[in-house]
Design a protein around this ligand. Structure first.
Ligand code: SAH
Ligand code: SF4
Length: 345
């Protein structure tokens, strides 16, 4: 059974046929503007709350919740109706509150350094399952207002294209979020990047590059064999030319692999013509990838090298490492079994 966030405005109207016309407005307002769960919408009668609650039950059951960074980072493991599990992370900063949502249970892309990739693919998420993660996190963030949604949890959002594009449209149209506050991160599905640009969706595009020579990128990101750097660059240029919005390039720094002077030069050569912004992320540890992250001294040097080459660059603050909630660490086992943590003590 779909959850209530699966419904478009028109479908919600249809579900409330027989009720006074203003009821649909009240439900819509409660769900999308006031961030209420169905059971909390006090402007509608109790019987209607109960009917909606049983016809459109929640799609997320909290299996596990953990917090770190003095409570400013929270991670939930949700069990879905069929037993698949996903993870969602809420991060509160001084100037913004961001939720990192999963777009798939698992991921089929197999990036070697990523815990989700190491665990494999289970299934696509539905529109309702992604939007309910946002609604859940927004309620948990109160009294602060959830300001940003990033598709950087489990899964490759552009391998679930129809769902991702509908979710982005609804967050924009129904929740009133702007492109600046919606970020879709992709491993580089080139044709889907071009399609996103053509459709003019209101979002910020982040491309997980990690290497700017094909030999290294083939090893880190198997999809590079299908869409090599030249093809990816074409798609990124198309995005910039069509939308006038800059791409962010994500780069997880891996000791001795992509943190050399040469790697910085290759990255600069890729980023500069695109006017791209580079985000450096020190590699987060995962059980299946034994190479180390770059030392903080070298991260600083690498950043300086890029700046000297004229690249616009920031080092992303790592959040939630101690609870396996940081980038690339989400690996809730997706077959319904208990999660096995191999983290060193
Ligand atoms: N599939 C999409 C979005 C989810 S991954 C993508 O790959 O872009 C979100 C981000 O985490 C990506 O930039 C990804 O490259 C990065 N990431 C994956 N594993 C990581 C790790 N072990 N350490 C740091 N970042 C990692
Ligand atoms: Fe999938 Fe992204 Fe992880 Fe690659 S980095 S395996 S695309 S979630």
């Amino acid at each position: 059974m779909p959850c209530v966030y699966q419904l478009s405005r028109e479908e919600l109207d249809a579900a409330l046929t027989g009720e006074p016309r203003y009821r649909a407005d009240q439900v819509f307002q409660g769900l999308w503007r006031d961030n209420q769960a169905v059971g909390e919408i006090s402007t509608i009668p109790k019987a209607l709350r109960e009917r909606l609650g049983s016809e459109f039950p929640s799609s997320l059951e909290v299996a596990h919740e953990v917090a770190s960074d003095l409570g400013s980072t929270r991670k939930w493991v949700f069990r879905l109706a069929d037993g698949a599990t996903i993870e969602t992370v809420l991060m509160a900063y001084a100037d913004r509150v961001t939720v990192c949502v999963s777009s798939q249970a698992g991921c089929a892309m197999g990036c070697t350094f990523c815990a989700t990739g190491q665990a494999g693919f289970s299934r696509q998420l539905s529109v309702g399952e992604v939007l309910e993660q946002v609604a859940f996190a927004a309620r948990a963030a109160a009294p602060r207002r959830l300001s940003n949604v990033v598709f950087m949890g489990m899964g490759e959002p552009l391998a679930n294209y129809a769902v991702t594009s509908t979710v982005v449209k609804r967050l924009h149209d129904y929740r009133g979020m702007s492109a600046r506050h919606l970020t879709v991160s992709t491993v580089g599905v080139a044709p889907a990047i071009e399609r996103l640009a053509d459709e003019g969706l209101p979002l910020t595009l982040a491309v997980s590059l990690h290497a700017a020579n094909n030999e290294t990128r083939n090893e880190l990101v198997p999809l590079n064999k299908k869409y090599p750097l030249e093809r990816l660059a074409t798609a990124c240029h198309y995005w910039f030319d069509t939308t006038s919005r800059r791409v962010s390039l994500e780069w997880a720094l891996i000791d001795g692999v992509n943190d050399t002077d040469r790697a910085a030069e290759e990255l600069a050569a890729f980023a500069l013509p695109l006017h791209a912004h580079v985000n450096l992320i020190p590699l987060n540890p995962t059980p299946g990838f034994l190479v180390m992250g770059t030392s903080s001294r070298r991260v600083f040097e690498f950043r300086t090298l890029l700046e000297d080459l004229g690249v616009n660059v920031t080092v992303r603050q790592t959040r939630g490492r101690s609870i396996d909630a940081a980038c690339g660490q989400l690996a809730a086992v997706t077959n319904g079994k208990q999660r096995v943590s191999l983290r060193r003590s």
